[in-house]
Design a protein around this ligand. Sequence first.
Ligand SMILES: Cc1cc2nc3c(=O)[nH]c(=O)nc-3n(C[C@H](O)[C@H](O)[C@H](O)COP(=O)(O)OP(=O)(O)OC[C@H]3O[C@@H](n4cnc5c(N)ncnc54)[C@H](O)[C@@H]3O)c2cc1C
Length: 209
Amino acid sequence: MIRQLRLKLDAGRIEVLTKHAASRVERNARGEVIGLTVKSADGESLIQAKKAVVFASGGFTHDPDMVLNFQPGPNWAAVPYRPTRGDFVRLGIETGAMLGNMVGAWRRRVGARKRLGIPERGARCVAAPGDSMILVNKYGQRVVNEKRNYNERTRVHFEYDPVESEFPNMLLFMIYDQRTAELFAGNFPLPEPGDPTKLCDRRPRYFNR
Ligand SMILES: Cc1cc2nc3c(=O)[nH]c(=O)nc-3n(C[C@H](O)[C@H](O)[C@H](O)COP(=O)(O)OP(=O)(O)OC[C@H]3O[C@@H](n4cnc5c(N)ncnc54)[C@H](O)[C@@H]3O)c2cc1C
């Protein structure tokens, strides 16, 4: 894909400017978009558009204020590329773009130990390993189908209890038997075989089956 993109850019003699951040959409007196102001180490400059400006500047996961405003509850981590700080959300609003589905996200669980600053090698959990295993909340209630796909399953963390004023499923605890501990050992968050303190962050083996 990148090779094809490169060929097209070269064929059209299209210049690629990295380290230039779009900071303002420029418009003429009729309100038509005519270009962008971009910021770089050399200061601000104007890039004029021939026909239109197309944004492909990612999401807003690394902007804590936007996450707080748009997402349904606390997020413990963010994996996307660092510059995804929602620049287009601000620029788009200024140009009158309608926002939609800002509450949506594809999420996966992270290990609480890591987020609490307790060293461990693994952190991410796309699918909880084991087939004799359940996930329960802090009240010991099973609240989710453990084998649902990660983007659906992780919605359960954001269920809010207005009576207790809490997210009862924010932390889920994995309960499993000896069989799962042995058969799926080494698949995060299960420890490596024979060493309960050593966690593994390699890709779950059952992904490749
Ligand atoms: C760890 C991880 C694993 C993933 N795995 C998969 C997978 O297996 N399959 C799948 O389909 N998807 C996967 N995804 C999702 C996929 O990578 C994203 O959905 C996709 O990259 C989003 O593309 P995008 O072009 O919208 O934004 P991005 O890829 O985030 O690109 C946005 C670009 O805009 C630039 N930018 C931001 N602000 C400005 C500004 N003001 N001016 C100029 N440039 C700016 C950024 O530097 C960046 O280069 C994964 C994502 C992550 C984080």
